[in-house]
Design a protein around this ligand. Structure first.
Ligand code: CP3
Length: 344
């Protein structure tokens, strides 16, 4: 029988809540930091499929999450499209040349940069116990484009938003190319053993409504449509961070199977605004994991209560912070799991 997470993403309300945390593999774990120091950096870890598989499994061993998310990064897609990619300690990622001053056509694609990731998926699949779901992922075209255009993270994505207004045809070509590589990339992950995929749209919140339609909804709809032709039963989770009141349109028009909610969304509002049978995921504030204590329990229960009537995957509203104390993760899990047995 498929695990609780997969069943929930497929629309079943099993009563108890599956739980996993965005960025659950990473720097808040001492076992991750040890392996990273040994292998010499983030990209080296991603391209060593034994190490990447091990890191994917670390949080499962420690916490018994219902889902394991592939250890990789959304910027592997631009890397495969031919940009150079560097992660230097203390700074964010760098992509070169930035597309703000270099044409898309000047890039030479390197599709082989995707293959080692599929190898990681196969290794995790073979090692992951029954009942746990393996999640693949990619960035959404808009969010990936913001890094490709600026060459780095930017405060309000201004270069990319400006380019999209100044030269919509050129920007459309970039987005179309990202859509195409992303479909291949997610299809490759699914073929290698991913049972569901998530599309991270970290910067969806920076767009005005018409631009949100064009650069968030339309490309995500295209990705979902292409994947469904080949993999009709594999759920796609869309996570348009910051989408706010645009969430109902996003869910309806993209046809994602489940919607990830960030911590700014009131769960009581979301439960009313989104279709009753739509699985939702989220949306505990990762900063509450730094604070801990009774406020943590109270806010987790509020989310559990609000989504009791529909399929719900417990998760954070964004990635877990690197300063998070392990004991607060344990406390959160105890609250989520305790609520289940109380309700049973
Ligand atoms: O969730 C997981 O545990 C799986 C792996 C995963 C990583 N990045 C590993 C990673 C996932 C799903 C991502 C997604 C990702 N990557 C997003 C979307 C989600 C979000 O957080 O908004 C974005 C925007 C990126 C791009 C990226 N990667 C940035 C901006 C950075 C540097 C800043 C940071 O948060 O560290 C990364 C590096 C990165 N990706 C690390 C990890 C574990 C840290 C690497 C290290 O220093 O060890």
């Amino acid at each position: 029988m498929p695990g609780l997470l997969l069943r929930t993403l497929l629309g079943e309300n099993a009563g108890s809540r599956p739980v996993w945390l965005m960025r659950q593999a990473g720097r808040y774990l001492p076992e991750y930091r040890a392996l990273r120091a040994e292998k010499g950096g983030f990209l080296a870890l991603v391209y060593d499929s034994d190490a990447a598989a091990e890191i994917t499994l670390q949080p499962i061993r420690r916490f018994g999450f219902d889902g394991a998310i592939l250890f990789s990064d959304i910027l592997i897609v631009p890397y495969a499209m031919g940009q150079d990619l560097e992660f230097t300690a203390g700074e964010g990622p760098r992509l070169s040349p930035p597309l703000v001053d270099s044409a898309l056509d000047a890039l030479n694609a390197v599709p082989d940069r995707l293959s080692p990731i599929y190898e990681t998926v196969r290794k995790v699949r073979a090692a992951l116990g029954d009942g746990r779901t393996l999640l693949g992922f990619a960035g959404s075209p808009w969010t990936v484009a913001t890094y490709m255009v600026a060459g780095e993270g930017s405060r309000d994505q201004h270069e990319t938003r400006a380019m999209a207004y100044r030269d919509p045809a050129a920007f459309q070509a970039i987005v179309d190319e990202i859509v195409s590589v992303t479909v291949d990339y997610l299809a490759g992950q699914i073929s290698a053993g991913a049972e569901a995929v998530q599309i991270f749209d970290s910067w969806a919140g920076s767009l005005a409504p018409a631009e949100f339609e064009r650069w968030v909804i339309a490309p995500n709809e295209a990705i979902v449509r292409s994947l469904k032709v080949r993999f009709p039963k594999v759920p796609v989770i869309g996570f348009p961070k910051g989408a706010g009141e645009k969430l109902p349109a996003y869910a309806r028009e993209t046809q994602v199977d489940a919607v990830g909610l960030d911590e700014t969304i009131d769960p009581v509002w979301a439960a009313r605004a989104l279709p009753d049978d739509l699985p939702v995921q989220g949306n505990f504030d990762p900063l509450l994991l730094l604070a801990g204590g009774e406020e943590l329990d109270r806010q987790a229960k509020r989310i559990l209560d609000a989504f009791a009537g529909r399929p719900h995957v417990f998760n954070l509203g964004h990635g877990i912070g690197k300063e998070t104390p392990i004991e607060n993760v344990e406390r959160l899990l105890a609250t989520v799991r305790g609520w289940q047995s109380a309700g049973a």
